[in-house]
Write a protein that binds this ligand. Structure first.
Ligand code: CUA
Length: 326
C-alpha cells in the first residue's frame, strides 16, 4: 500500500499542474481546446502501445526457448514489432494532422500588433478600419467568442509569444512579421510567457491576457483609446510633477500629457493593468515604489535606470500618480 501511495503521489502532483491560468491542459481558447484533446489522444495512444509492447516482451521472455518456433518468432516481429506500432502511430499522426488548428486562421476584424522588447511587450490595437493604433504594453485584453489576429515581431532578438491556455505559440523575429490568431471561449485571466530564450531576463518576460465579454471589451478598448485622466489629489499631483521633472516622459508616453517617449512601455492607463514590469510584480503601491527605485533588482538587464536617489516620499508620490492612471 505504501509503495502504491509512493507511486501515485508524484502522479497526483503532476496532474495538479494540469489546471491553472498558464496550462495548455486547462484550455480557455478554441485552439487550446483542440490541442488539449490532441494531447490526451496522443497520451492514450502512447499508453496502448506501451502496454502492448511490454505485454509482448513479458510473454516472449517468460516462454521457454524451445516453445518458440521460427515462424512464430517471425510473425511476432512482423506483427508485434512492425505492423502494430506502424498502424497505431500512423493513425495518431493522421488524426493529429486532421484536427490540428490553423494557427494562422484569419481574424474577425480586430488585429493586435505585439513587439518583443528586452524584456517586455509593446502592444498596439488596430480595430477594423482604424488609421492609428491604440498603444499599451505588457497586457492584452481580448473579446470572448471572436478570433483576434496577432501581428508579431521583435526589436532586437528572437522572442516567442505563447499563451498556453489559449493556443499555440509563435516566434517573434526582428525585421520579420509572423502572424497567428487566438479565440478565447471562456472569460478569465490567463498568463502568457516568452517561450524563446532571449537574454538574462527571459524568465521574467510574462504578460497577462484578460478574455472579456464582447460588450465589456468594447467599453475597455474605448477607454484605453482615451487620454490619461489628470491626477487627482495632492500626492498624485506631486507625482505627476516629479514624473515630468525626472524626465520620465523621454522614454514613456502618457497620452494627454507632454510625456511622449516611445522607448519604454506606454503608461497611459498603467494603473488599470494587472501586473507591473511584464508580469514581474503586482500593482500595489509598494510594488511600484520598489520597481522605480531599482528595476534591475527585479529584472536583471532592464534598460530603465534606477531612481534610488528619490526619497521614499517621492517614490510614493510617483506610485500614487501612476496607480491613478486608470
Ligand atoms: Cu523574450 Cu524570452
Amino acid at each position: 500500500m505504501a509503495r502504491l501511495t509512493a507511486l501515485l503521489l508524484p502522479l497526483l502532483l503532476l496532474l495538479a499542474g494540469c489546471s491553472g491560468r498558464q496550462s495548455a491542459l486547462g484550455p480557455g481558447g478554441a485552439d487550446a481546446q483542440v490541442l488539449a484533446v490532441l494531447f490526451f489522444v496522443m497520451l492514450g495512444g502512447a499508453v496502448v502501445l506501451w502496454l502492448f509492447m511490454n505485454g509482448l516482451f513479458y510473454w516472449a521472455t517468460r516462454r521457454s526457448p524451445s516453445a518458440h518456433s521460427e515462424k512464430g518468432s517471425f510473425l511476432l516481429i512482423v506483427i508485434g514489432g512492425i505492423l502494430f506500432p506502424t498502424v497505431v502511430l500512423a493513425a495518431l499522426l493522421s488524426y493529429g494532422l486532421a484536427i490540428l488548428p490553423d494557427q494562422r486562421a484569419p481574424g474577425d476584424g480586430l488585429t493586435v500588433a505585439v513587439r518583443g522588447e528586452q524584456w517586455w511587450w509593446r502592444v498596439e490595437y488596430w480595430p477594423e478600419g482604424a488609421e492609428a493604433p491604440i498603444r499599451t504594453a505588457n497586457e492584452i485584453r481580448l473579446p470572448v467568442g471572436a478570433r483576434t489576429e496577432f501581428r508579431l515581431d521583435s526589436h532586437r532578438v528572437i522572442h516567442s509569444f505563447w499563451v498556453p491556455a489559449l493556443g499555440g505559440k509563435m516566434d517573434m523575429f526582428p525585421g520579420r512579421e509572423t502572424r497567428m490568431s487566438l479565440e478565447p471561449v471562456r472569460p478569465g485571466l490567463y498568463r502568457g510567457q516568452c517561450a524563446e530564450f532571449c537574454g538574462e531576463s527571459h524568465a521574467w518576460m510574462a504578460f497577462e491576457v484578460e478574455a472579456m465579454e464582447p460588450a465589456a471589451f468594447d467599453a475597455w478598448l474605448a477607454h484605453e483609446a482615451s487620454d490619461a485622466r489628470p491626477p487627482e489629489g495632492a500626492e498624485a499631483q506631486r507625482g505627476a510633477a516629479l514624473f515630468a521633472a525626472q524626465g520620465c516622459g523621454a522614454c514613456h508616453a502618457v497620452r494627454g500629457t507632454e510625456a511622449v517617449g516611445q522607448v519604454g512601455p506606454d503608461l497611459t492607463h498603467v494603473g488599470s493593468r494587472h501586473s507591473l514590469g511584464a508580469g514581474r510584480l503586482g500593482m500595489a503601491q509598494e510594488d511600484l515604489m520598489r520597481w522605480i527605485r531599482d528595476p534591475a533588482a527585479f529584472k536583471p538587464g532592464a534598460e530603465m535606470p534606477a531612481y534610488d536617489h528619490l526619497s521614499e516620499a517621492q517614490l510614493s508620490d510617483l506610485a500614487t500618480y501612476l496607480r491613478g492612471l486608470q
